[in-house]
Write a protein that binds this ligand. Structure first.
Ligand SMILES: C[S@@+](CC[C@H](N)C(=O)[O-])C[C@H]1O[C@@H](n2cnc3c(N)ncnc32)[C@H](O)[C@@H]1O
Length: 117
């Protein structure tokens, strides 16, 4: 996963919104999944670029699932599924488990930039 930073700063596709100081933690914890059939749920799809970034890092066996309270289904593509729902809704989370099985990684990035929370 050493290419994650380069992929992020060189990204000219859809936007991805990341704290730079998280990158060492991403590499430390996620590298073991590269090339494996990992299932990753990212809560908070944003502009869709993050799911593409993870897909590129993990490879063709990986499955990305994006959950967002807004309809971001336009960002679906091969290996990337998007579902609409509130991360605080247990029914929504159970639905993801039922559909995709237990995820290997859950990245919680579901928040509003313009609201108190
Ligand atoms: C900062 S953006 C996500 C950025 C993306 N993960 C990335 O790295 O580029 C936050 C997203 O969280 C979503 N969101 C806010 N509250 C949510 C909730 N309760 N459940 C699910 N998604 C939520 C917003 O609609 C928004 O798309």
């Amino acid at each position: 996963m050493s290419g994650l930073w380069d992929a992020f700063v060189g990204n000219e596709g859809r936007g991805a919104d990341k704290w730079t100081h998280y990158f060492p933690a991403y590499e430390r914890h996620f590298s073991r999944y590269v090339g494996r059939p990992v299932v990753m749920v990212e809560i908070g799809v944003g502009e869709g670029g993050s799911l593409q970034l993870w897909k590129g890092q993990f490879g063709p066996s990986a499955r990305m699932v994006g959950l967002d309270i807004l309809d971001k289904s336009g960002f679906e593509e091969d290996q990337i599924a998007i579902r609409v729902g509130d991360q605080a809704d247990y029914g929504v989370l159970q639905g993801l488990l039922d559909e995709f099985g237990p995820p290997d990684i859950i990245l919680d990035d579901g928040w509003w930039a313009d609201r108190e929370h």
